[in-house]
Design a protein around this ligand. Sequence first.
Ligand code: NI
Length: 259
Amino acid sequence: MENKLIDSHAHLDDDRFDDDRIEIINKLKDEGIELVLNPGADLATSKKAVQLADEYDFIYAAVGCHPHDSKYMDDNTMDVFRELSKNEKVIAIGEIGLDYYYDNSDRETQKIWFREQIRLANELDLPYIVHDRDAHEDLFRIMKEEAKSNTRGILHCYSGSVEMAREFIKLGFYISLAGPVTFKKAKTPKMVAQEVPLDKLLIETDSPYLTPEPNRGKRNEPKYVRYVAEEIARIRNVSADVIAGSTNKNFKSLFRLKE
Ligand code: NI
């Protein structure tokens, strides 16, 4: 592949990388990975993400609280996120959203902090990264209600329909596909991979989770993002290099990074 790959979503701060994090990070460039965006999921992991971004020029961070942990959110945490965002390697708020599959925090609490964090992204003029599990309707309504002219971001590990994807794109969002697009039975992600305009598509691993085929079941790593690119390429009948090139360009345009 001529073009370098960008993993738009990986949790390199995760405990499952504690034994070999440095080796994995140091090998990324040789494996054709140009950049990794590491989002936080709560206060502690947001701080770790910023630390990693400070240490490595090719790692960027997002700060925010995942819906699982929104029950632990308060105004003080929001202030810390605001403070952390002053670091120039913090390029987004996330991951934030709604998760009605696990319901680890009650739905009203999830909605309150999703909305508050969207407002923070708008205030700071930053994109935000959305986690949506079985909550399409409420999630889209809140995003629409809070939309401003500068609103933009990523639907991470997108699992919705092609029609919904079009609505999110109208709101200023990119659609990011992860490992599930490689799973044989995953009809919807494959349809999304086919139908979403190439200039609105991103790729990610969500490491250490959601490992793509042929390594499904093992721990995921950013280098496996190439299997996601290869599967999208196969579905669209183009070369993987085309997918690497377009997703790389899309990422940089969303985050206003230099080519
Ligand atoms: Ni994630």
